[in-house]
Structures are given as structure tokens and as C-alpha cells.
Design a protein around this ligand. Structure first.
Ligand code: HEM
Length: 433
């Protein structure tokens, strides 16, 4: 592995550590504004946390796609890392700008764009003959990231800013589709891992897997409908968008299940840590599917709108699914299943702690959301202060469980960082493109 590639992996892992640390501090700042407002107020910590989360996922996905495909652009890695470092420097100096999730001075979007173009040019140079399905997933994800990134920046054109509604609709739509773009890259990574671990290249040619590709593509083009629920829209569009998003999860569950049932005990044991990350992601696909189905019932949606349930949905999927699958992919690259038994035990315990803490974290947010929805919809006489006072105990549980998530992901991140400078994968050679 070249040094720059190693540095890029470490950079992505540092983003993960910044995410969990900023998340925990942000939630303390929310609970104790009097102590934090003069030093690190919530409204400054939230963008740091959300940007770090976004960059962890996108950098992680691009890093693994580049590594497994053998097409990594040096210019991309260098420009991308420097720009993100400058973004956090700006946050450090209280210099904000841009739009939600991208709240840094807007000119910094330009080097990010240039970096991504470098990545795309190298990645798309030539599609391998009979490219397996994961290659198509990566390709569509990489392309659509560019499209949604440009769309997200349309607000620079005055016409989009003339109407608040127009601007917000485009923003939410772009951010929603961008999730579809990174899901497509990460779904491709999981199919790649399933093929590599099972040693069954046929998995990437199954009709079900191709179906997931087309469904993912359809999703990233149309599922944004559920991100623009709050803007005036036709109801049938909302319904269609929701139904589409649900199907993608069902298919990925079917693929992981068929992989598990066909996996020999010996191969499972050889890749136990990576396997555990994939199983954790599978659990979270189920849980988030259930939540999303409940949220789509109009009688429940009436209460859940714009409450902590939306945050539960966002973090349940980005931590439970995206982060688990990325850690599986990084674990495979770093060959963590060949580390000492003691280190592997640490990793497995950390995965368990993360699953349990995230479950408490997630349920606490849902209960907080339901309580807030009930108290403000059914009892409009309540003041905002009364509602927040009633919700506070659940947010305290959320923060305590967030500490557990931080410790678990922190341990995994630090172990990966520690071994990233000396290990490289022999695994990549297990499957041929
Ligand atoms: C890999 C780990 C994590 C990821 C990927 C992640 C991702 C996110 C995302 C995407 C949002 C924006 C949600 C929205 O706009 O609806 C968010 C918000 C937030 N996260 Fe996390 N998060 C992580 C870990 C944590 C941890 C450990 C905590 C600690 C308690 C935490 C606390 C928060 C808080 C307080 C908010 C703001 C919620 C609000 O504005 O009401 N996060 N996170």
C-alpha cells in the first residue's frame, strides 16, 4: 500500500473520531447551555459534528472504492484532505458560511469539486469488461455524488435564492439524493465484501444483486421525495418516494441473508470481525426499516414530524448501517482478522457495546420525539419550555448512551489507526475483477 493511501485511510478514521467526539460535546452543550454557550455553543458544535459525519462517510466510501478498484487518484486524495483540514480550521476560527451540513465558507466547495473530478477521471477511465455489479454500484455512486454536489451548490445562482421555498426544496432534495449516492457506493462495497468473504463470485451476478443495483439507482434518483415532505407537494409523490426507499432496504437484507446461509463456518471464522460488522449493519437495516414504516403511517407521522425521530432516523442509518459497513470494509483492507486474538476480542466487544449503546441512543431519541410530538400536537397549550422540560430525561439517556457509542467507535477507530501504518491487505487478491 502506498504511503498516501495509508494516510488517506487514517484521515477517514480521524474524521470518524472527530464525529463522535463533537457529537458527544454537542449533546452536552444542548443539555447544559449555561456552561457551554460562552465557550462552545451547540449551534457551533452541530455543524462541526454533521460535517465530520458527512466527510467520514464520503471519504471512507471513496477511499475503499479507490482501494478495491485499484484506481486511486493522488491529486484527489491530496486536495480532498487539505480542503477538509482548511474547513475545520475555519470552524475553529468561528468562520461559518454555506448551507446546512456544508456550513463552511462557500469558496471551499470549489477545491472539493476539483478533487472529486480527479477521482472520477481516474475511476472512470475504463470500465472492466464484464464488470461485476459492485463496479456498477460504485460507478453510479461516484457519478451521482458529482451531480448532487452540483445541485447542492445551485444556491450560488441568484434565481434559486429569490424564493426561500425554491432554495430549501432544492437543498433538501440534493441532500436526500446525495445519501442515495453514498448508499450506492457503500452497497457496492458490501457486495464486494460478501463476494470476497464467501469466495462466491456468483453472488455479484445474481439477479437479486443486479436488482439491488437498479433499485439503488432508482432510489437515488427518486427517494428524495421523503426529504421534501415539509414543502408543499402532492401526496402521491410522497407516497411513491417512501415506497421506493423501503424497497432498497428489503433487497439488501435479502442479499445479506442469502450470503449468510451460503457461507461455510470456516470462511466465517476466517473473517469473523468483518462478518460481525456486516451482521450489525443487517440488524440496523431491520430496525430502521421498522422505524421508517411506522413514520410513514399518517397518524404517527402527525406526531413525528420535525422531532428527534428524524434525528434517530438520520443517525440510526449513518451510524448503524453506513458506519458499520465502512468499518467492515476498512477492517478487510487492514486485515484485522489476522490481528492478535486479544485485539480481535477488543474489536468484537466494541462492536457489541456499540450495538447496545446505539439501541438505547436510538430508542431514547424516538421516545423524546414521540413525547415532544404528543405534547405539542395534542396539547398546544404547552409552552416550548414545558415541552423541552418533559423531554429532557430522554435526552439525558441519549447523551449517556452517546458516550457508549463514542467509546465503542473510539476503540475501533484507535485500533484501526494503530494498525493502519503497518498492515496492508492480502485480502484484495482474493477476488479478481
Ligand atoms: C459515527 C457516528 C455518528 C454519525 C455518523 C452521526 C451523524 C449525525 C448526523 C447526520 C446528524 C444530523 C441529523 C439531522 O440533521 O437530522 C447528527 C446530529 C447530531 N448528533 Fe450525531 N452522529 C454520530 C455520533 C453521535 C454521537 C456519539 C453523539 C452523542 C450523543 C451524537 C450527537 C448528535 C447530536 C446532539 C446531533 C444534533 C441533533 C439535533 O440537531 O437535534 N452523534 N449526527
Amino acid at each position: 500500500m502506498m504511503n498516501l493511501q495509508r494516510l488517506f485511510i487514517r484521515f477517514a478514521l480521524v474524521m470518524l473520531l472527530v464525529t463522535v467526539l463533537a457529537g458527544v460535546i454537542a449533546s452536552f452543550a444542548f443539555l447544559f447551555p449555561a456552561s457551554f454557550n460562552s465557550v462552545l455553543p451547540f449551534h457551533q458544535l452541530r455543524p462541526v459534528h454533521a460535517s465530520a459525519a458527512l466527510f467520514w462517510i464520503i471519504t471512507g466510501a471513496a477511499c475503499c472504492v479507490g482501494y478495491f478498484s485499484g484506481r486511486q487518484s493522488k491529486a484527489f486524495m491530496v486536495i480532498w484532505m487539505i480542503t477538509i483540514a482548511v474547513i475545520f480550521l475555519n470552524y475553529g476560527f468561528n468562520n461559518y458560511g454555506g448551507r446546512e451540513y456544508w456550513e463552511f465558507p462557500a469558496y471551499l466547495n470549489l477545491p472539493l469539486l476539483v478533487a472529486w473530478l480527479f477521482f472520477m477521471v481516474v475511476f472512470l477511465k475504463r470500465l472492466p469488461k464484464d464488470a461485476p455489479v459492485y463496479y456498477w454500484m460504485w460507478t453510479s455512486g461516484v457519478l451521482f455524488f458529482l451531480i448532487t454536489f452540483l445541485e447542492q451548490n445551485l444556491w450560488h445562482i441568484p434565481w434559486f435564492r429569490e424564493s426561500f421555498l425554491r432554495e430549501v426544496t432544492v437543498q433538501w432534495k440534493a441532500n436526500g439524493s446525495m445519501v442515495g449516492a453514498w448508499n450506492q457506493m457503500i452497497n457496492g462495497l458490501s457486495v464486494y465484501l460478501l463476494v470476497a468473504i464467501s469466495g462466491n463470485a456468483g453472488l455479484a451476478q445474481k439477479k437479486k444483486t443486479w436488482f439491488l443495483f437498479f433499485l439503488g439507482l432508482f432510489n437515488l434518483m427518486f427517494n428524495w421525495g421523503h426529504h421534501v415532505y415539509n414543502v408543499p407537494n402532492s401526496n402521491w409523490m410522497r407516497g411513491v418516494a417512501y415506497a421506493v426507499s423501503m424497497t432498497e432496504w428489503v433487497i439488501i437484507i435479502l442479499i445479506i441473508r442469502s450470503f449468510k446461509s451460503s457461507l461455510s463456518a470456516a470462511r466465517k471464522f476466517r473473517h469473523l470481525v468483518v462478518y460481525r460488522f456486516i451482521s450489525a449493519a443487517e440488524f440496523w437495516v431491520f430496525a430502521n426499516l421498522l422505524l421508517a414504516l411506522l413514520m410513514s403511517i399518517p397518524a404517527i407521522n402527525r406526531y413525528t414530524h420535525g422531532t428527534h425521530i428524524t434525528v434517530a432516523h438520520a443517525m440510526g442509518t449513518t451510524i448503524g448501517i453506513n458506519t458499520m459497513l465502512l468499518l467492515a470494509a476498512f477492517g478487510y483492507i487492514l486485515d484485522v482478522d489476522n490481528l492478535s486474538e486479544r485485539t480481535r476480542k477488543w474489536l468484537q466487544v466494541a462492536i457489541r457495546i456499540n450495538t447496545v449503546s446505539l439501541a438505547v441512543f436510538w430508542v431514547a431519541l424516538i421516545v423524546a420525539g414521540l413525547a415532544k410530538g404528543y405534547l405539542s400536537v395534542d396539547h398546544p397549550e404547552n409552552s416550548f419550555f414545558d415541552v423541552m422540560k418533559a423531554v429532557r430525561p430522554y435526552l439525558e439517556v441519549f447523551t449517556a448512551a452517546g458516550l457508549g457509542v463514542m467509546i465503542a467507535l473510539g476503540v475501533i477507530g484507535v485500533i484501526y489507526l494503530r494498525y493502519s501504518h503497518e498492515r496492508h491487505s492480502a485480502n484484495k487478491k482474493e477476488i479478481t475483477m
